[in-house]
Design a protein around this ligand. Structure first.
Ligand code: GTP
Ligand code: SPV
Ligand code: MN
Length: 592
């Protein structure tokens, strides 16, 4: 590694950063500190080192230019909610939906674990910016890590290097993130947030949301805490622009829980029937939103890449994702083919005759287990996306006309309905339920409450979070309309009642037309729903008005059970639950 002397050896940071890095280095004791500048020369160097060390496999650069392959430890393939903590002075500040620990004790425990953990290793110093440079919402973080995989992912997912250093200037106001890979032993795995100190310590994992600290840790958990303090919202939402044939653009944000369709919806390509309509992707996972001087809610995407679910991604379900991952992409825990390309369940190509599965074991179509892990992912720069909205790069962001909440529900929840008003909309978000997915360790397919798709990501008391949502309305003269959708309802024989993916454009068009005051609706106990005449079914030979009725049906028995499930969460939150939520519940009961 003769190159290393040329790269990263120069300390480039303000004195606050330098002092903190020295302190952390004294604890972790790396043999070398590498200061990242985010340059292309540095990127090439880091990929070379990562391949030399066996952390990455270089894929066939004729077929997949600039692409690499990684396997994480088989015990370390998803977020771990049971190891994720919010560390505040008062337990009540973390609230009943978070694991809580007293900050002093937890910090001491983690720093003891971190002591000497980087011996013989390189500590990378990653300056990164969440949000477009110059945005009033943008935030700077520094992540210290001994994982070169983390560095290479962070340089795709965030604006990394010089740009962040410049944005910070001489300020001490940056998020301090420490990540130590250790031996990825699950018993020493902790992802801990210290919102009062704007600090994150993550140890014992090398996977995604546990270690790319700008993403779930800063942009959502710490972000939501800062948002409450500073009057904005940090949300687990995609952001899209919907362009009509006349060139009118309507911006929509949507919160679906992990692995419930945000990336797919954000990159939607309208079916042929919708000539002249076009979807622009602003973001696919996280939205930072603040009331603007015009009384509208303005949103930015703090990220600059997509950390997306690989299985099921193909040229039919998501062509824009396929373009996004055609180059300069890191594939994690998918299957590796002998020709230096990759495969997963639901790929365009048929199953390969032979390959190595996500654990590196020989795999053939006769194998019983899956070739790719269900939570295998791609890390791709957003600039690869043919549908990237130019506004994704703008400091002002976009004004949001509609907020959509959606879960993965086999029963009960109709395809689409609209909230009567903002408070009712907050209630829809607060009572969201969804089946668990492979994005987090644990059982899959169990319905649980996941308010606003933020259950694993809200960095403070969930009851106060609902209050914050209600309070934001005071600064919104023109609040977004609020909708609920469910792409995942099933028939008694287990078929999806709605085709989903590109066809979701039909639901979206009704929503956009409502926002623009051109579409009708009918009142139901749940909210406003499209009448058959309001919903465009043209060009869907296999889907009839009767099918729509089935997808939209409201079953009173199912709703009785649903109300009981909602109560479970409300009871846990009772001390801080806004009264408005109880009133909304009573109103729903009386309407039903
Ligand atoms: P995170 O990155 O974990 O936050 O997830 P995400 O919300 O971006 O989920 P993503 O778009 O990656 O979708 C995850 C899964 O949902 C994939 O297996 C998709 O095939 C499936 N999916 C997405 N959209 C639809 C849809 O409209 N209908 C159906 N039936 N499945 C869908
Ligand atoms: C999610 O689980 O919601 C993700 C993937 O977006 S991770 O970054 O691993 O959290
Ligand atoms: Mn997510």
């Amino acid at each position: 590694m003769s190159l290393t002397a040329e790269f990263g050896s120069q300390a480039i940071a303000n004195t606050h950063v330098q002092q903190w890095v020295e302190k952390m280095a004294a604890i972790t004791q790396p043999s070398r500190i590498f200061w990242c500048d985010g340059s292309e020369a540095e990127r090439d160097h880091l990929y070379t080192v990562a391949v030399e060390q066996g952390v990455l496999v270089r894929l066939d650069h004729e077929k997949l230019p600039g692409c690499y392959y990684h396997r994480s430890n088989s015990n370390d393939v998803a977020r771990v909610e049971q190891c994720t903590f919010i560390c505040t002075e008062q337990e009540e500040d973390a609230g009943p939906t978070n694991n809580w620990s007293e900050p002093k004790a937890m910090r001491a425990k983690l720093l003891a674990i971190a002591t000497g953990s980087m011996a013989g290793r390189t500590m990378y110093v990653i300056p990164y910016l969440m949000g477009p440079p110059g945005s009033t919402l943008a935030k700077v973080g520094y992540e210290l890590t001994d994982s070169i995989y983390v560095v290479l992912n962070m340089r795709i997912m965030t604006r990394m290097g010089e740009v962040a250093r410049r944005e910070l200037g001489d300020s001490p106001d940056f998020n301090r993130g420490l990540h130590c890979l250790l031996d990825v032993d699950a018993s020493r795995r902790f992802i801990c947030h210290f919102p009062q100190d704007n600090e994150i310590i993550s140890v014992g994992s090398g996977y995604g949301g546990n270690v790319l600290l700008g993403k779930k840790c800063l942009a959502l958990r710490i972000g939501s805490w800062l948002g409450r303090k500073e009057g904005w919202l940090a949300e687990h939402m995609l952001i899209m622009g919907v362009e009509s044939p006349t060139g009118e653009r309507t911006y929509v944000a949507a919160a679906f829980p992990s692995a419930c369709g945000k990336t797919n919806f954000a990159m939607l390509i309208p079916p042929a029937h919708f000539a002249g309509w076009k979807i622009w992707t602003v973001g696919d996972d996280i939205a930072w939103m603040r009331p603007g001087p015009d009384g509208r809610l303005w949103a930015i995407n703090p990220e600059s890449g997509y950390f997306g679910v690989a299985p099921g991604t193909n040229g039919k379900t998501n062509p824009n994702a396929i373009s996004s991952i055609s180059r300069d992409t890191i594939f994690t825990n998918v299957a590796l083919k002998p020709d230096g390309t990759v495969w997963w369940e639901g790929h365009d190509d048929p199953p390969p005759a032979e390959c190595l599965d996500w654990q590196g074991r020989p795999w053939t179509p006769a194998s019983k287990e899956k070739a790719a892990h269900p939570n295998s992912r791609f890390t791709a720069p957003m600039t690869n996306n043919p549908a990237l909205a130019p506004e994704a790069l703008s400091a002002e962001g976009v004004p949001i006309s509609a907020i959509i909440f959606g879960g993965r529900r086999a029963t009960t929840l109709p395809l689409v309905y609209q909230a009567f008003n903002w408070v009712h909309g907050v209630y829809l978000g607060a009572t969201m339920g969804s089946e668990t997915t492979a994005a987090a360790a644990g059982a899959v397919g169990q319905v649980r409450r996941d308010p606003m798709a933020m259950l694993p990501f809200c960095g403070y008391n969930m009851g106060r979070y609902f209050r914050h949502w209600l309070d934001i309305r005071r600064n919104l003269e023109n609040p977004p309309q609020v909708y609920q959708v469910n792409w995942f309802r099933k028939s008694a024989d287990g078929r999806f009642l709605w085709p989903g993916f590109g066809e979701n454009m039909r639901v979206l068009k009704w929503i956009v037309d409502r926002c623009q005051g051109r579409a009708g609706a009918r009142e139901t106990p749940l909210g406003w729903v499209p009448r058959t005449c309001d919903f465009d079914l043209d060009g869907m030979p296999n889907f009839s008005a009767a099918d729509l009725e089935q997808a939209q049906s409201i079953n009173i028995e199912e709703w009785r059970r649903e109300l009981l499930l909602q109560d479970e969460l409300f009871m846990r939150l009772y001390r801080h639950l806004p009264k408005e939520m109880i009133f909304q519940r009573e109103l729903l009961v009386s309407r039903l």
